[in-house]
Design a protein around this ligand. Structure first.
Ligand SMILES: [Zn+2]
Ligand SMILES: [Zn+2]
Length: 81
């Protein structure tokens, strides 16, 4: 399952369940492997948040039931593209 890496895309290993997500996309042929097999892209995407004050950036890529609200510098972080 190769192709250009798209920012936020989550890949999962069907054997061991390891997950990764793309932090910065690129134009090259991205082909992640684990356990000697292709990792598969998931429909779920990572969500990025940025601090409006210090520009710290975080990403959430697990499914959570609660309301995820990262704070930095005493303010809520803003959704980033
Ligand atoms: Zn694996
Ligand atoms: Zn901050």
């Amino acid at each position: 399952m190769s192709g250009p890496a798209s920012r936020g895309t989550v890949y999962r290993c069907p054997v061991c369940g390891a997950e990764l997500f793309v932090v910065n996309g690129g134009a090259g042929d991205f082909d992640p492997h684990c356990c000697n097999t292709d990792m598969l892209p998931l429909r779920r995407k990572a969500r990025f948040y940025v601090c409006p004050i210090c520009k710290a950036e975080v990403a959430s890529f697990q499914r959570v039931n609660g309301k995820f609200e990262p704070f930095c510098c005493g303010v809520p972080m803003e959704p980033a593209a």
